[in-house]
Design a protein around this ligand. Structure first.
Ligand SMILES: *Cc1c(COP(=O)(O)O)cnc(C)c1O
Length: 404
C-alpha cells in the first residue's frame, strides 16, 4: 500500500462510523437570493439558518463600500497588521467599533475563532484558572485548552456552581471568566450581571464573546453587555464578530487602550497572520453605520421573534426558552433532526439540524434563526410546516418534561 493509501485506510473507518451514527457532515453549495431565500439545487428555498440577523450580508450599500475600496486598494492587504498590512480603513473601523460598543479601543482579528484563541492565550498566565460555561462556543473552549491556563467548565449558566469553583481557585495568577453573551446553539442569554459581580468579587477578568448579540441586542444594537446594563468597567474584554449581524467578515476585541496595546504585543493570532482585506473593513464600516442609524431592522426582527414564539407555543412545538433570533426546536435524536430538516427542505425551508458534537449527545435540534430579511408570511409559512411535520410525540415529551 502507498503512504496515501495507508492514510485513507486509517481514516475510512472513522468516516463509516460517523455516517452510521447519523453524524455525517458535508457542505452544500447554495446561492443567496433576495428576501431571506437561497437557491439550492435549482430551487429557491427560504433560509432559516443563517446568522445574517439584520439581512446586511446582501445589502447593496455594503457591497458598494467594498467595491469602492477594492478599486482603490485591491484585494489583499499583503501582510500582517504589524508589517505593512494595516490600512487607514482598518484604523477607521477600529475606532468606529470601539465608539459603538463603548470601549476605549478595538483591535481587528481575521475571524472570531482567531480573536478568541488570541485573546485567551494572551491573557491566561501559566497556571491561571480559566472558567468557561459548558456551552461556550468551540473557539472559546479551544482557546482555553490551547493556553497554559487550567480549564474549568461550569454547568450552563449555573452561577452558584461557578461561585463555588471560583472561591476554590487561587487568586494568583488572576482567573479568567469566559462566556458567550448569547449562546449560539440555545439562544439564551448569559447571566451577565451575576457573572460580572462574581468576577469583581474574586478578582477575575470577565471576557464576553458577543458574536450573536452584537447588532441584535441592547440599545443601538450595542450587544448583550449593554443590554444587561453593564459597560467596559465591569466587562473589560469584549469580543465581537463581524460575519453575523454585521453581514461582513472578521472580528474584534474591544477594551482599554492598555488591553489593546497588550494584545498587539502578545496575541499571536493577531501578530502572525495576514490583515483582513481592506475592502471587507470598508464593508463593515458601512454595516456599523447602518446598525446605528436604522433601528427599524432590529424592531422588525424582534417582532418576528415574538410572532414565531407565539405561533410555536400555540402549536405546542418544543422550542427552547429563548427571546432572541435563535429559536432552536429541541428534537433529541440526531437521525430525527436530520429527517425533519430534510422534510422541511422538501417543503421549501432550509433549517439545519444541529447534532453532537456541536451540542451535547441526545440534544440534537433544529436551529431556527430569524432575520430582519424575513417577512411575516415566511415565518407564518414555516410555522405551518413545523406543525405538519413535527411529531406529536415530541410535543407531548416536551410537555411532560416541563411538567416534571
Ligand atoms: C461564530 C462564532 C465565533 C466565530 O466567529 P467567526 O468570525 O465565524 O470565526 C466565535 N464565537 C461565537 C460565540 C460564535 O458564535
Amino acid at each position: 500500500m502507498t503512504p496515501a493509501g495507508r492514510l485513507d485506510a486509517r481514516l475510512a473507518p472513522v468516516l463509516a462510523q460517523r455516517r452510521a451514527d447519523g453524524l455525517w457532515r458535508a457542505c452544500r453549495a447554495l446561492t443567496p437570493a433576495p428576501a431571506g431565500t437561497v437557491r439550492l439545487g435549482g430551487r429557491e428555498v427560504v433560509s432559516f439558518c443563517s446568522n445574517d440577523y439584520l439581512g446586511l450580508a446582501g445589502e447593496p450599500r455594503l457591497a458598494a463600500a467594498a467595491a469602492e475600496e477594492l478599486a482603490r486598494s485591491g484585494t489583499g492587504s499583503g501582510s500582517a497588521h504589524l508589517i505593512a498590512g494595516h490600512r487607514e480603513v482598518h484604523e477607521r473601523l477600529e475606532q468606529a467599533l470601539a465608539a459603538w460598543v463603548g470601549y476605549e479601543r478595538a483591535l481587528l482579528f481575521s475571524t472570531g475563532y482567531m480573536a478568541n484563541l488570541g485573546v485567551i492565550n494572551a491573557l491566561a498566565e501559566p497556571g491561571a484558572a480559566i472558567f468557561q460555561d459548558r456551552l461556550n462556543h468551540a473557539s472559546l473552549l479551544d482557546g482555553g485548552w490551547l493556553s497554559r491556563g487550567r480549564m474549568h467548565r461550569y454547568p450552563h449558566a449555573d452561577t452558584a456552581a461557578l461561585a463555588a469553583a471560583l472561591a476554590e481557585a487561587p487568586s494568583e495568577p488572576p482567573a479568567l471568566l469566559v462566556t458567550d453573551g448569547l449562546f449560539s446553539m440555545d439562544g439564551d442569554l448569559a447571566p451577565l450581571p451575576a457573572l460580572a459581580q462574581l468576577a469583581e468579587a474574586q478578582g477575575a477578568t470577565l471576557l464576553v464573546d458577543d458574536a450573536h448579540g452584537l447588532g441584535v441586542l441592547g440599545p443601538g444594537g450595542r450587544g448583550s453587555v449593554a443590554a444587561a446594563g453593564l459597560d467596559a468597567a465591569q466587562v473589560p474584554v469584549y469580543v465581537g464578530t463581524l460575519g453575523k449581524a454585521l453581514g461582513s467578515f472578521g472580528a474584534f476585541v474591544a477594551g482599554s487602550a492598555t488591553l489593546i496595546d497588550f494584545l498587539v504585543q502578545r496575541a499571536r493570532t493577531f501578530i502572525y497572520t495576514t490583515a483582513p482585506p481592506p475592502a471587507m473593513a470598508a464593508a463593515t464600516l458601512a454595516a456599523v453605520a447602518i446598525c446605528r442609524a436604522e433601528p427599524g431592522r432590529r424592531r422588525h426582527l424582534h417582532r418576528l421573534v415574538a410572532r414565531f414564539r407565539a405561533g410555536a407555543a400555540a402549536r405546542g412545538l418544543p422550542v427552547m426558552p429563548s427571546s432572541t433570533p435563535i429559536q432552536p426546536l429541541r428534537v433529541g435524536e440526531a437521525a430525527l433532526a436530520l429527517e425533519l430538516s430534510a422534510r422541511l427542505l422538501e417543503a421549501g425551508f432550509l433549517v439545519t439540524a444541529i447534532r453532537p458534537p456541536t451540542v451535547p449527545p441526545g440534544t440534537a435540534r433544529l436551529r431556527i434563526t430569524l432575520s430582519a430579511a424575513h417577512t411575516d408570511s415566511q415565518v407564518a409559512d414555516l410555522l405551518v410546516q413545523l406543525d405538519r411535520l413535527v411529531p406529536m410525540s415530541l410535543r407531548s415529551a416536551q410537555t411532560d418534561a416541563c411538567a416534571g
